[in-house]
Design a protein around this ligand. Structure first.
Ligand code: SF4
Length: 152
């Protein structure tokens, strides 16, 4: 079964999922596990290392995704705050200043407006790298297919 080609055919993919669920249920397995397994296989085929389906330009120093609206949960924000607090004071002060500038600049903007604004994340350093890479939110970790999804 060519999962990548199936993703270009939503009806075919839906039929494949339904078939997998029915077979799993008939065999006494959880049909949700069957769907999850298929989805994971398709995901890895599409975005996994060496995927032939989508060539990405992701590499250290590319900050394209750091100019989109990035979401973070409260624990992730607290993790970032701790990472900033652990930075050398001059660097931490610069990040805090960028955060203070960013807050009023994006306040009240919806997701589309945020994307159009393309404002760099306050944690983005001048070299195009994340200033808090080890503490970056999950949303950021998922933005580098084939590079970080499978290994971090
Ligand atoms: S936290 Fe780091 S990886 Fe995430 S958007 Fe900001 S600079 Fe980019």
């Amino acid at each position: 079964m060519d999962l990548v080609r199936l993703l270009d055919d939503p009806d075919g993919y839906a039929r494949t999922l339904e078939g997998a669920m029915a077979r799993a249920e008939a065999a006494g397995h959880d049909p949700v596990d069957a769907v999850g397994g298929l989805a994971l296989a398709a995901f890895v085929r599409l975005f996994g290392p060496g995927s032939p389906a989508i060539a990405t330009a992701c590499k250290p120093g590319c900050s394209w995704c750091c100019r989109m609206m990035v979401t973070a949960t409260a624990p992730e924000v607290l993790t970032l705050a701790a990472a900033i607090a652990a930075m050398p004071e001059e660097r931490a002060a610069a990040v805090r200043a960028r955060i203070a500038e960013a807050v009023p600049a994006v306040a009240g903007l919806d997701a589309d407006a945020r994307r159009r604004l393309a404002r760099p994340c306050p944690l983005l350093e001048a070299d195009g790298r994340c200033g808090a890479y080890a503490a970056r939110p999950l949303a950021c970790r998922g933005r580098t297919p084939g590079v970080t999804i499978m290994s971090t």
